[in-house]
Design a protein around this ligand. Structure first.
Ligand SMILES: [Zn+2]
Length: 376
C-alpha cells in the first residue's frame, strides 16, 4: 500500500463536480454515495453485494464500534476492513454526532464529552485525541475530526460557541492524527444557517489544512429549503481542489440538489433503513411495498432496474415476504434501494463529465412528477 490519498477533479458543470479520490484501498468515484455500515455491517447485505451495487466506499460509526465490539478488539483482529470483510475504502465518523444526540446522558467540556453507553450504561469519554486513536485502531481510510453539532433549535450564540469549540477540536484532531501516508483527515465546517459563521469556520479549517472538508450541522431537521440555502454558498468557502462531504444526506432529491451545489460525497442510512421498513425508492418516487395494492401485482418494483429484486421478483412476492416478516424482504429491498442510489450517482457522474447535468436533472424531476405506476 503505497499510493497517497489524492483528489483529482476531472470536470465541472455549473457548480457540480466529478472526479476521483485515490486511496491505497482503491478509487472513489465522485460524486459518491456511501452506504452506512454502522456496526461493521451494511444491514441485510453481504459486502460483495454492497460492492455489486456500485459502492466504492462505506461509512462506519465510531460511537457504535467503540462500545461494541470495541476499537482495541477490532485492531487485534486485524482492523475493520478485515473484520467485516470489506477491502475497499472506509470512512469513519468521529463519534461526535451520536454522542451529542445522547441528550441527558452526556457532559460536554472544553476537553471533550463524557457519556453513558446506550447499551449498558457504562461510562466513556470521547475527546479529539481519543476519537483519532479509535479511528486509527479501526483502520479507517478517511478519518473525521471530532466536532460538536448543536441540537436544534439552537440560538445564534449556541451555534457560534459550538462552531468555535469545534474549530479548537479540529486543531487538536489534526495534531493527534499526525502524519499517516495513505490516510486522510477531513475537517468539518459548522456554523448553522449563518453565512458569517460558516465563513469563519471554513477559514479556521483552511488555516489548519485538511485532506477534505465536510459540511456539518445540516440534515439535522432544518428542512430541505434551509439546507439548500446553506449549500448555495457554503461549499464556495472551501478549497476547490479537495473533496467536499455533506454528512447524513439524504433523500434522492436532496442528493441531486447537493451535487448541483458542489458536493462530492454523501452518506445516509435512508436507503438501507427504508429497505427494512418496506419503503423503496424508484425513478418515479418512493413507494411502500406493504401497501395492499401490490399484493396481486406481477410487475417488478421498477421494470427498468437491473437489481436482483427487480430482475427476479414481482411486487406481489416482495409484498408477501415483507408482510410475512421474512429476512429476504430486508435483503432484496435494501439491495434495490442501494442499487438505485448508486445508479443516480453514476448517472450524475456521467452527465457532469459530458456537460449535460442540467438536462439530467430535468429528466430526474420529470420521472418523479409522473408518479408510480397505478395498480394493475
Ligand atoms: Zn431494483
Amino acid at each position: 500500500m503505497t499510493a497517497a490519498f489524492n483528489f483529482d477533479l476531472k470536470a465541472t458543470d455549473g457548480k457540480a463536480r466529478t472526479g476521483v479520490i485515490t486511496t491505497p484501498r482503491g478509487a472513489i468515484r465522485t460524486p459518491a454515495f456511501m452506504p452506512v455500515g454502522t456496526a461493521g455491517t451494511v444491514k441485510a447485505m453481504l459486502p460483495d453485494s454492497v460492492a455489486a451495487t456500485g459502492a466504492d466506499i462505506l461509512l462506519g460509526n465510531t460511537y457504535h464500534l467503540m462500545l461494541r465490539p470495541g476499537a482495541e478488539r477490532v485492531a487485534r483482529l486485524g482492523g475493520l476492513h478485515r473484520f467485516m470483510n470489506w477491502e475497499r475504502p472506509i470512512l469513519t465518523d468521529s463519534g461526535g454526532f451520536q454522542v451529542m444526540s445522547l441528550a441527558g446522558l452526556r457532559k460536554l467540556t472544553e476537553e471533550g464529552v463524557t457519556f453513558k453507553s446506550h447499551i449498558d450504561g457504562s461510562k466513556h469519554e470521547l475527546t479529539p485525541e481519543r476519537s483519532m486513536e479509535i479511528q486509527r485502531l479501526l483502520g479507517s481510510d478517511i478519518v473525521m475530526c471530532f466536532d460538536e453539532c448543536p441540537a436544534l433549535p439552537a440560538t445564534d450564540d449556541e451555534v457560534a460557541r459550538a462552531m468555535r469549540l469545534s474549530m479548537r477540536w479540529a486543531e487538536r484532531s489534526r495534531a493527534a492524527f499526525g502524519d499517516r501516508p495513505g490516510h486522510a483527515l477531513f475537517g468539518i465546517m459548522q456554523g448553522g444557517v449563518t453565512p458569517e459563521l460558516r465563513e469563519e469556520s471554513a477559514a479556521a479549517l483552511k488555516a489548519i489544512g485538511f485532506d477534505g472538508y465536510a459540511v456539518g450541522g445540516l440534515a439535522v431537521g432544518e428542512g430541505q429549503a434551509a439546507m439548500f440555502g446553506v449549500l448555495d454558498y457554503a461549499p464556495g468557502f472551501l478549497p476547490e481542489d479537495k473533496p467536499r462531504y455533506l454528512m447524513g444526506v439524504g433523500k434522492p432529491e436532496d442528493i441531486v440538489g447537493a451535487v448541483a451545489r458542489g458536493i462530492d460525497m454523501m452518506d445516509c442510512v435512508l436507503p438501507t433503513r427504508s429497505g427494512r421498513t418496506g419503503q423503496v425508492f424508484t425513478r418515479r418516487g418512493a413507494l411502500n411495498i406493504k401497501n395492499a395494492r401490490h399484493q396481486d401485482d406481477p410487475r417488478p418494483i421498477d421494470e427498468a432496474c437491473t437489481c436482483p429484486a427487480c430482475r427476479n421478483y414481482s411486487r406481489a412476492y416482495l409484498h408477501h415476504v415483507f408482510r410475512a416478516q421474512e429476512i429476504i424482504a430486508s435483503m432484496l429491498l435494501t439491495w434495490h434501494n442501494l442499487h438505485y442510489y448508486q445508479e443516480i450517482m453514476a448517472g450524475m457522474r456521467a452527465a457532469i463529465a459530458e456537460g449535460r447535468f442540467e438536462a439530467w436533472q430535468a429528466d430526474f424531476h420529470a420521472g418523479r412528477a409522473e408518479g408510480d405506476l397505478p395498480p394493475l
